[in-house]
Design a protein around this ligand. Structure first.
Ligand SMILES: Cc1cc2nc3c(=O)[nH]c(=O)nc-3n(C[C@H](O)[C@H](O)[C@H](O)COP(=O)(O)OP(=O)(O)OC[C@H]3O[C@@H](n4cnc5c(N)ncnc54)[C@H](O)[C@@H]3O)c2cc1C
Length: 405
């Protein structure tokens, strides 16, 4: 019998009819063709870090763990196998003198899985990881192998850079990269009112900045990162310069390292998460409402912290930063505590302010709710139907998400 699949947080578990780990693209193609003939669904899976049911299937669960590593570099670009984990990718790129311009909070994900959901870090000038995708190679629902880039099938690129695994199995990803560089990571605590009052200034004077708000204490942990090859300048980050005196300010941590080691952190404690991407101009009002509701209704069972980050606007059709500078709010909850009621109440607030959910985290939206949020929704659907006419990748969960019928 096939082994059950359980995601990282443990809230998603199912037993597919078959689990497959192909060694090469030919095997992927044969698998897709067999599924098409037999009317089975196929879902590609990366590291299983998503907690929305994107990978759930009663058909074939396909992992590219065996298709990993750097295939080749060309200047500031590299093509990598889609199953490569971000941690491994960071090291291999570093060896080649290269680096991704930005990363998210952890590096356990596969490159295909992270970019399929628009995984993001923070920084006013940085798009999510999908914006670093210059091209992909994928096996479509008809078993065809397609290269998609600015040069080949360019009309498919805004759909293929972030595709939820709905267009096919991505086998290779080509990334736009930078020469490797070092970052200074700093973290300190202050009252959340200070963090909110200084957010715009912090965002404009630091390469990367986010903060965690702890509802029970009303403290914030502010984290900044700046390149160290710029002249070191304490004034770019020092809370003392900015506020004269910061209530409860306390320097927690300073760390220097290359991007792939300085940005991602180890996460041992398991949690559930809901994260919504808001138009930046709506952030202040939305956060105030989130704060009020957590204190009034959820103080006793909101076990953990709330994370605030920013993402630059992009032009990727299903990106939740499509067409607008974005500020994100994420509520985290220990996996040992109930999360539904708390998250659903937060979702109602996020939606009121025009938020779009993170594709890989908890949310309760379906195609009917999502379509009005994405101006190019119908274009993505047309590409999906063209590349997967028989719905090989369209499980009931994906159909609820992408198709209104
Ligand atoms: C501890 C933790 C920290 C996180 N930190 C962040 C963060 O800082 N920022 C952020 O934005 N998100 C974050 N996330 C969310 C996470 O980055 C996303 O859910 C991401 O998609 C997970 O990548 P994965 O490799 O585990 O993919 P999976 O969860 O396994 O799959 C995600 C999607 O990718 C598709 N996919 C996977 N491989 C392929 C392929 N070869 N071809 C086509 N489609 C494919 C799947 O079908 C699915 O739709 C975090 C999650 C956890 C658990």
């Amino acid at each position: 019998m096939t082994a059950a699949f359980v995601n990282w947080s443990g809230s998603l578990s199912f037993t597919p009819a078959e689990r497959s780990e192909p060694n090469d693209e030919d095997e992927v193609r044969r698998l897709v063709l067999r599924a098409r003939e037999t009317g089975t669904t196929v879902r590609p899976v990366g590291s299983g870090h998503s907690s929305s049911p994107l990978v759930r299937t009663d058909g074939v669960l396909l992992s590219l763990d065996r298709m990993s590593g750097v295939i080749g570099e060309d200047g500031d670009r590299a093509t990598v196998w889609a199953g490569t984990k971000l941690a491994e990718l960071g090291e291999r790129l570093y060896d080649a003198g290269l680096a991704m311009e930005n990363l998210g909070d952890v590096d356990y994900q596969s490159i295909a899985g992270a970019t399929a959901t628009g995984t993001h870090g923070t920084g006013l000038c940085f798009g999510n990881l999908s914006t670093q995708v210059a091209g992909v190679r994928l096996v479509t629902g008809t078993g065809e192998t397609l290269n998609v880039s600015a040069e080949q099938n360019p009309e498919l690129l805004p759909a293929a850079r972030l595709s939820l695994g709905a267009l096919g199995v991505v086998t290779q990803v080509t990334l736009d990269l930078h020469r490797r560089f070092q970052l200074h990571r700093r973290a300190w605590c202050a009252h959340v009112d200070w963090a909110l009052d200084h957010l715009a200034e912090l965002q404009h004077t630091n390469r990367n900045i986010d903060f965690y708000w702890y509802p029970r204490s009303d403290l914030a942990q502010i984290r900044t990162m700046n390149r160290t090859d710029e002249p070191p300048d304490e004034r770019t980050w020092s809370p003392r310069r900015m506020a004269g005196s910061v209530p409860w300010a306390e320097l927690r941590e300073i760390q220097v390292g290359p991007t792939h080691r300085a940005i991602p952190q180890a996460r041992d404690l398991r949690f559930e998460e809901i994260e919504y991407m808001l138009p930046s101009e709506a952030f202040a009002a939305c956060f105030a409402e989130v704060r009020r509701r957590i204190k009034e209704r959820h103080r006793r069972h909101a076990g953990w912290r709330v994370l605030v980050r920013s993402i630059a606007a992009d032009d990727i059709w299903l990106s939740n930063a499509y067409g607008r500078p974005t500020t994100t709010i994420a509520c985290l909850q220990n996996t040992t505590l109930p999360y539904e009621e708390y998250f659903q109440d937060m979702e109602a607030v996020f939606r009121q302010y025009g938020g779009r959910p993170h594709w890989g985290k908890k949310h309760w939206l379906t195609a009917r709710d999502l379509r009005p949020l994405y101006p190019r929704w119908d274009d993505f659907r047309a590409v999906r139907r063209r590349l997967d006419p028989d719905g090989v990748f369209l499980t009931p969960d994906l159909a609820r998400l992408l198709e209104e019928e």
